[in-house]
Design a protein around this ligand. Structure first.
Ligand code: BES
Ligand code: ZN
Ligand code: ZN
Length: 505
């Protein structure tokens, strides 16, 4: 599906379909002079209260005369509109058009008070791409063919004003961003039996070939040679060996140190010997969401030709309770040299990440961002719409939270208080890899901190809650979300702008 941008006077619904976005606030139609041609059609609905403009309220009106259809989507109250809501409302409008079997649809870009026009356009592109997407399933009858899919979404700026500056760049970048999010989602949704660690490496090779990235895959021998025993420990209970996938992108500005992105890649997390309860265990097929995000972000950065040097480190393993599985009580030597006492084999993510952080540091990065479906405790704390963020760098905190908000993904900082460091002391090893239930997300982050040089600009993102949704909503079917792709890309775009003083803008 293609998204286009145009400026036009809309004189009523176009053939074959138009989507209008309306606020809930009383009298909104009077303030929207550009919609005067629609008033005749909309007013009766408003008067009869069959459409109130509540957030994500959608109605469609088929014009009896010529079968054009008009779709109204609510944006809710003006001061409650967020970037996330705008993108979801757009997805709702487009998915309604898709379900009406339209091939083309025109969306009127609403003038918004609290979101600027460029951001509005970008968010509407994101929402459109997600709303139009039809995911592939494994059903033997695939249903109607692609020919009947929605082909074009036109985002229309109504009125006589000049076209938005650099609108095409906004559209292009948001399109790449949305496609990267959908790709991360596709990978994260793949069931455990169809994506083992080396299959992920194959996916990465395909991506690397397409985008001319350097790729290195460390298999078991190399991991042993490098001393990544912690990654090997997690993988040893599975008959599908672990691997570390390293992908490098060299954008223009080759002298700059790379930004390292590290993503947890557990292709299936059964919990290992500390087996998880069977209820919802299936959702652990997306425990490699972090790795999927990292791979998709680097591919998209290459596609956008961002002038960055990036290295992505994706430690991949299947956490299984096979006969060779690692056990509670095991003492494991990590790549850093520090020894770790294993307490619970279900806390495997941090054991992958601690070695992966060591590998990332070999590339002498300027900063490290890790992203992982790390703790159930983070889900309890922040739910499925807000991810946890841990860092000692106020710059990274602000930059990531801001980048996230502007693309409709939300992060909230949780503390890295050294007060809890004592809880990671072990009598037998340099440290134990977890404490008890209290402050579970914090203890995981504190554990990871031990594997990064003091004061090094590092941020840990816990996406355990946001990586999937258990209930479908517009643009988001039940399952993986691709959460984090938008934020990291936006962060890289903004970061590049700072460094290059806008030359690439
Ligand atoms: N992959 C899970 C975390 C998770 C939970 C992700 C729910 C998504 C949704 C992780 O490996 C895990 O099992 N963590 C344990 C750690 C505990 C044993 C210290 C947890 O959070 O229960
Ligand atoms: Zn686990
Ligand atoms: Zn896990």
């Amino acid at each position: 599906m293609n998204v286009k941008y145009k400026v036009d006077h809309m004189n009523g619904p176009e053939k074959p379909g138009t989507v209008l976005f309306l606020h809930q606030d009383a009298g909104f139609l009077d303030q929207r002079t550009e919609l005067s041609s629609f008033r005749r059609i909309i007013q009766p609905l408003l008067s009869s209260e069959s459409f109130k403009g509540e957030f994500k309220e959608g109605v469609n009106i088929i014009q009896p005369a010529d079968e054009n259809c008009l779709i109204l989507v609510g944006l809710g109250k003006k001061d409650e509109l967020t970037e996330g809501r705008l993108s979801e409302a757009t997805a709702l409008g487009v998915s309604m058009a898709r379900r009406l079997n339209l091939r083309e649809v025109t969306l009127a870009i609403p003038p918004l008070e609290n979101i600027d026009p460029r951001a509005t356009l970008g968010l509407m592109v994101l929402g459109s791409k997600l709303g139009a997407h039809k995911r592939t399933t494994f059903k033997t009858d695939p249903g109607p063919s692609d020919e009947h899919d929605l082909k074009t979404v036109t985002l229309c700026q109504i009125g006589s004003k000049d076209p938005l500056e650099k609108a095409q760049q906004v559209v292009n970048r948001a399109t790449v961003m949305a496609e990267a999010q959908l790709e991360a989602r596709r990978l994260a949704d793949l069931p455990g039996n169809l994506l083992f660690p080396l299959d992920f490496a194959e996916e990465a090779k395909r991506v690397a070939l397409k985008h001319k990235l350097r790729i290195t895959v460390w298999e078991e021998d190399k991991l042993a040679l490098e001393g990544a025993w912690s990654i090997l420990a997690v993988g040893q209970g599975s008959s599908h060996p672990p691997a570390v996938v390293i992908v490098e992108y060299f954008g223009r500005s080759p002298n700059r140190e790379p930004i390292a992105l590290v993503g947890k890649g557990v292709t299936f997390d059964s919990g290992g010997l500390c087996l998880k309860p069977s209820e919802n265990m299936g959702s652990m097929k997306s425990d490699m969401s972090g790795a999927a995000v990292v791979l998709s972000v680097i591919a998209a950065a290459a596609e956008m030709r961002l002038p960055q040097h990036l290295v992505g480190v994706m430690p991949m393993a299947e956490n299984m309770p096979g006969g060779k599985a690692f056990r509670p009580g095991d003492i494991v030597k990590t790549l850093s040299g520090q020894t770790v006492e294993v307490i619970n084999t279900d806390a495997e993510g941090r054991m992958l990440l601690c070695d992966a952080l060591g590998i990332a540091q070999k590339y002498k990065p300027s900063e490290i961002i890790d992203i992982a479906t790390l703790t159930g405790a983070c889900v309890v704390a922040l739910g499925d719409r807000v991810a946890g963020l841990f860092t000692e760098s106020d710059r990274l905190h602000t930059a990531i939270v801001d980048a996230g908000r502007s693309v409709g993904e939300y992060f909230w900082r949780l503390p890295l208080f050294s007060e809890y460091d004592d809880n990671l002391k072990s009598d037998l090893a340099d440290l134990r890899h977890m404490s008890g239930r209290p402050a579970g997300a914090l203890h995981a982050a504190l554990f990871l901190r031990r594997f990064v040089k003091p004061k090094f600009p590092w941020v840990h993102l816990d996406i355990a809650g946001t990586a999937r949704r258990s209930k479908a909503s517009a643009g988001y079917p039940e399952g993986a979300t691709g959460f984090g792709v938008r934020t990291l890309l936006k962060y890289l775009i903004d970061n590049q702008r700072q460094h290059s003083q806008g030359v690439d803008e």
